[in-house]
Design a protein around this ligand. Structure first.
Ligand SMILES: [Ca+2]
Ligand SMILES: [Ca+2]
Length: 411
């Protein structure tokens, strides 16, 4: 093939007089013939007709860092742990999807924190994310997301705040500050991840509840389904939100057209929100949601429906709809993610993603482009959350009936 390419380019060259034109003709075949570096995942895609809209948008070259990741269990027997928050000093708060909040010491001693809200733990619901307020050291305020029973079999993602008692044994003054609307009778696609911006407002990512009737509401800005919202600490729409003056929109909405966003992180240099969402079969997406941006679901997607057919018209791009920075097919099933800032691993500024498909996914970035990918810690289980500890080691939880909180260090 390469030889034929050169021959045909050469033949064309002879017929051309201009040197500039010749250079163009030469460049084209040599680029096309360049061998593609192998990606981290070489399995065929589910959506066979998908063509990336942007260069480097999927299957980045495998970036082998040569690091062996060692895992040490801190606590085991956890009931589908969902999220970890690191307390100042020492100790970790860990949510269990089934409805408990645990305080776990670095040595693995655990105690239950009482006073959590009642959750609807059917399907994917339950107690989900946990985040300390930026001024936790002074206020002891924490934020929790959970699937809240809303009556008549319906539920929805809600955000509560509370104070953690000084002895860490209970939540005090718990108050629900935001409710995703409308509520729905669905056990699926709740989101949800809390991130704080530099101004002290919080982003909350929300799912579209999965059903055919709710999926389309990702495109309806008068609902909170399939949205990222941006809130004040008391749950009001944050100043500067894009639809504050739009009578047909929920004022909390920051971005729309999302599917099920369970992970988010603030970029340490730019301060921008990055999110990661589950696609259907194929089409997990990394996005950098801008104010008012529409991220396309379910009109455009790089995935297919679970039974095998197309989603909607089966298209991957449309004018006015934002493209993901990067996508996966087959999926990694992303939980939460974090930008690595430490020096214990040689991964400074890389994006580390908890993969429920059973890997820690590392992305090397150049600005806002993904330039390399590696799959690590493949023998641990369904990784739901990843968090950097003070010493640069990583904390993970595995979303299993006998889940673990574990520390990852270089082997
Ligand atoms: Ca996060
Ligand atoms: Ca999208």
């Amino acid at each position: 093939m390469i030889r034929n390419g050169k021959n045909s380019a050469g033949a064309v060259l002879k017929m051309l007089a201009g040197a500039a034109t010749a250079a163009l003709v030469l460049a084209a075949p040599s680029f096309a013939d360049a061998p593609q570096a192998a990606p981290a995942d070489t399995r065929p895609p589910n959506k066979k007709d998908a063509v990336p809209a942007l260069p480097g948008q999927n299957r980045a070259p495998l970036a082998a860092s040569g690091v062996e990741v060692k895992s040490k269990v801190i606590a085991k027997g956890l009931q589908e742990p969902w999220a970890i928050a690191r307390l100042p000093g020492s100790g970790y708060l860990v949510t269990e999807r089934t409805g408990k909040l645990l305080l776990i010491t670095p040595e693995g001693t655990r105690s239950e924190v009482t006073g959590v809200p009642e959750v609807d733990a059917r399907g994917q619901g339950g107690l989900m994310d946990i985040s300390l307020a930026p001024d936790f050291s002074a206020t002891r305020e924490i934020y929790l997301t959970f699937s809240e029973p809303r009556g008549q079999g319906t539920n929805g993602t809600s955000l509560a705040r509370a104070r953690l008692s000084v002895d860490g044994s209970r939540l005090e003054a718990l108050e629900v500050v935001f409710r995703q609307l409308p509520a729905w009778a669905s056990p699926l696609h709740y989101g949800s991840n809390i991130e704080w911006d530099a101004e002290g407002y919080l982003y909350l990512t929300l799912g579209e509840r999965s059903l055919p009737a709710t999926r389309v509401l990702s495109q309806d800005r008068s609902t909170h389904l399939g949205k990222v919202v941006r809130l004040t600490r008391s749950g009001a729409p944050a100043p500067g939100n894009p639809f504050l003056n739009d009578a047909g929109a929920k004022p909390e909405v920051w971005s729309m057209g999302h599917r099920n966003v369970q992970g988010a992180a603030i970029h340490p240099s730019t301060g921008k929100l990055w999110t990661i969402e589950h696609g259907p079969r194929g089409g997990d997406e990394l996005n950098i949601p801008r104010a008012g941006g529409n991220y396309g679901w379910p009109i455009i997607t790089y995935g297919i429906d679970y039974p095998g057919g197309p989603i909607g018209e089966g298209v991957t791009a449309r004018a006015g709809l934002e493209q993901p920075v990067y996508y996966w097919d087959p999926v990694i099933a992303p939980g939460d993610m974090t930008f690595y800032r430490g020096s214990l691993f040689p991964w400074k500024d890389d994006l580390l993603i908890a993969g429920l498909s059973g890997a820690l996914v590392r992305l090397e970035l150049s600005g806002e482009k993904v330039v390399g990918e590696e799959r690590l810690a493949r023998d641990i289980g369904r990784i739901r959350d990843v968090l950097e500890d003070q010493d640069g080691s990583l904390l993970i939880v595995t979303d299993e009936k006998d889940g673990v909180l574990a520390r990852l260090t270089p082997g």
